[in-house]
Write a protein that binds this ligand. Sequence first.
Ligand SMILES: NC(=O)c1ccc[n+]([C@@H]2O[C@H](COP(=O)([O-])OP(=O)(O)OC[C@H]3O[C@@H](n4cnc5c(N)ncnc54)[C@H](OP(=O)(O)O)[C@@H]3O)[C@@H](O)[C@H]2O)c1
Length: 246
Amino acid sequence: MKYQFKHLLILGANSDIAEQVAYQAAKEKVSLTLCGRNLEKLKALQSDIEARYESKVYINQFDANKIEDHPAFYENLTEKPDAVLCAFGILGDQEKAQKDTSWQNIIQTNFTGAVSILNIIANDFEEKQYGFIAAISSVAGDRGRQSNYFYGSAKAALTTYLSGLRNRLYPHNVSVLTVKPGFVKTKMIDGLETPGLLTADPVKLAQAIIKGMNKRKNVIYFKPQWLLIMKIIKSIPENIFKKLKL
Ligand SMILES: NC(=O)c1ccc[n+]([C@@H]2O[C@H](COP(=O)([O-])OP(=O)(O)OC[C@H]3O[C@@H](n4cnc5c(N)ncnc54)[C@H](OP(=O)(O)O)[C@@H]3O)[C@@H](O)[C@H]2O)c1
């Protein structure tokens, strides 16, 4: 595949999905800036990628919740990207968030933090009239369910934000990809029993993300059968839906 971008910034690069995107992009000589909270883990990832491939890899500290630091973070990057993958996120603990204020962290990490950094990047790409933005949302944002509506509503907000951003940036040659996975076999859902046929392999999802970015796609569901599942879930009338244990 011929890559349309040369330097990929990955936010939340220690995510199991993001790591796979990093390997695949580096293999195709895309240089990388890997960002996250845990610099030690990022250093290990950087060394491993540089040992395997010729790509240059930079690492940077980044916390989605330190919104006041985001402008300086972007300003001080050694190399400015022409593509970004926003991969950070937390599932949170639904039951706990119903009882205390930990819902704030779920909303802030998954939504406000993403908006804060993507706004800065969007303005840069708009000025350059070129760029690829991708962010990992979730099918959980397609309809609120009692078992995870804090996470789901943050992802719904992110999906809506990305839709607006796509509409704004389209005339400026900047594409915005919304990635909507169902279950993905990563540490985020460790310990959760999920149906094998509906649980994605992070390597395959990473391939789909890179292909989607390169082809300037708008939205991808992964696995693709989630598109049909969510169509059905969204079609259930609210009067019935509210009685279901979901
Ligand atoms: N796994 C699934 O079933 C699934 C399904 C749908 C969507 N997603 C989405 O896919 C994305 C990647 O998740 P994953 O499955 O790869 O899980 P993961 O391996 O747990 O990765 C999540 C990453 O987010 C980072 N993060 C959390 N809070 C952060 C903050 N305040 N600032 C910066 N980074 C932060 C974590 O960093 P630390 O290493 O520092 O903790 C971690 O590297 C997430 O947005 C998630 O919501 C996952």
